[in-house]
Ligand binder design. Structure first.
Ligand SMILES: [Zn+2]
Length: 422
């Protein structure tokens, strides 16, 4: 067993190094060269009015503590279930009425643990929705909110249950090498789901209509052609059923590629700003950001499962969780805890990479539209409407920020203009 244990650890380390190399090589660490005379100063208000900044800060001050508490609470509950025998007992108990076989223990166990975790943070989620309602950001009825919570919990729990069923099943068949098969499977799943996920998830939450023929539609189609990434259609999603937030994205690949605009965008933004948003999204397409992200995700998943293979040979951990080995369904709460810890640790890394990739898409948008005024106007309007804090606390941005701050994005547009690109 010692050799299998070492093999899992070595694999985790090798895949982790490969991931680090890929990140180092693929991440655009300097998305825009420094203009002569240095970078433009970052104005913490990003040019928003004092009233807008106050409102965004008040909104953030109402939500941030709740988000942090929710994260800590969810980790605490997961840790209590994974590091004591309480989780194992729950897994046993929920499967007992169905005969208590290992398959039912895994499936119902994951569902029960997901429901417990969701209920623990539900009051905080409801509070968050109250805040979003109070600031006019959410337009969801409470019925629709409950439905959304139910649907996303069910989808998440269902997929996790299937994943753990495969993991425990493999561990029962191949007690020494299960992590290699599971790691390869997890990596493959990341690849498949990153291409299928949007296609599957979009219709679960929204409906889409083609954007009516007209100037905006023609200009967006032309923008995509100029970008060398033609689109099949420009669609409008009924995002206003849930939110007043403004957004757009590009989904699909090759002949199914399409631009999707939130319907909120059409009412509120001038065409030049809609084009700036779409040009940013087309930047992601041009530099294959989804593909690179998928490769990183696949390596990360492989490394993570190999690390899991190593950790699940630890007698001490298994004893705490009340499980015999990785093939014992009572291992499920411990696996969920280790996955949560892995996700937590990888979050700041993922976000650091993401911030640079997003900055490159911003540069691409400016290169494509040559319209820094529309880009800056769009950043301000989005921050104003989405109540984005233009300059969040450094520690918060370091951990949670997937995009550069609005203040940084506006300053970068000034740099772009000073580089005399037009
Ligand atoms: Zn982006």
């Amino acid at each position: 067993m010692n050799r299998a244990r070492r093999a899992a650890l070595v694999t985790a380390v090798v895949l982790g190094i490969a991931l680090a190399v890929l990140i180092a090589l693929r991440t655009p660490w300097v998305p825009l060269p420094e203009p002569v005379g240095g970078r433009s100063p970052v104005d913490p208000t990003a040019g928003l009015s004092a009233a807008q900044v106050d409102r965004a800060e008040a909104f953030a001050a109402a939500l941030r503590p709740a988000s942090l508490v929710s994260l800590l609470l969810s980790l605490t509950v997961t840790a209590l279930l994974g590091l004591t025998r309480a989780g194992a007992r729950l897994v046993r108990a929920v499967a007992a009425p169905l005969g208590g076989g290992w398959v039912w223990q895994v499936l119902l166990g994951v569902l029960a643990l997901a429901v417990v975790g969701r209920l623990a943070t539900l009051p905080l989620s409801a509070y968050g929705e109250v805040v979003r309602h109070r600031y006019g950001l959410s337009t969801r009825s409470w019925g629709l909110w409950l439905r959304d919570v139910g649907v996303s919990t069910a989808i998440g729990a269902g997929l996790t249950a299937l994943g753990l069923l495969a993991l425990v099943g493999l561990a029962r068949r191949a007690p020494k090498t299960w992590w290699a098969w599971a790691g390869a499977g997890a990596a493959a799943l990341v690849v498949v789901s990153s291409f299928l996920w949007p296609v599957l998830m979009e219709p679960a939450f929204n409906r889409f209509q083609p954007l009516a023929a007209g100037q905006l539609r023609s200009e967006l189609v032309e923008l995509a052609e100029t970008n060398g990434t033609p689109v099949q259609d420009v669609l409008v999603s009924d995002a206003s059923r849930r939110t007043t937030a403004l957004n757009a994205y590009v989904s699909g690949f090759g002949s199914t590629r399409r631009i999707v605009l939130y319907d909120t965008v059409l009412d509120r933004l001038p065409d030049a700003q809609v084009e700036a948003i779409v040009a940013h999204e087309l930047g992601h397409v041009a530099t294959d950001d989804v593909l690179a992200g998928t490769l990183m995700g696949a390596l990360g998943a492989g490394a993570g499962v190999a690390a899991l293979g190593w950790l699940l040979t630890s007698r001490r951990l298994l004893r705490r969780a009340g499980a015999d080995d990785a093939g014992d369904p009572r291992v499920v709460p411990l696996v969920l805890l280790l996955m949560a810890v892995g996700t937590l640790l990888s979050t700041p890394v993922q976000n650091a990479v993401s911030r640079h990739v997003e900055a490159r898409a911003d540069v691409h948008a400016l290169d494509l539209t040559w319209d820094p005024a529309a880009f800056v106007g769009m950043q301000r309007d989005l921050a104003g409407t989405n109540l984005g804090d233009p300059d969040p606390p450094t520690a918060w941005q370091w951990f949670f920020g997937s995009h550069p701050t609005v203040a940084q994005r506006v300053a970068m547009a000034a740099d772009w203009a000073r580089l005399e690109r037009p």
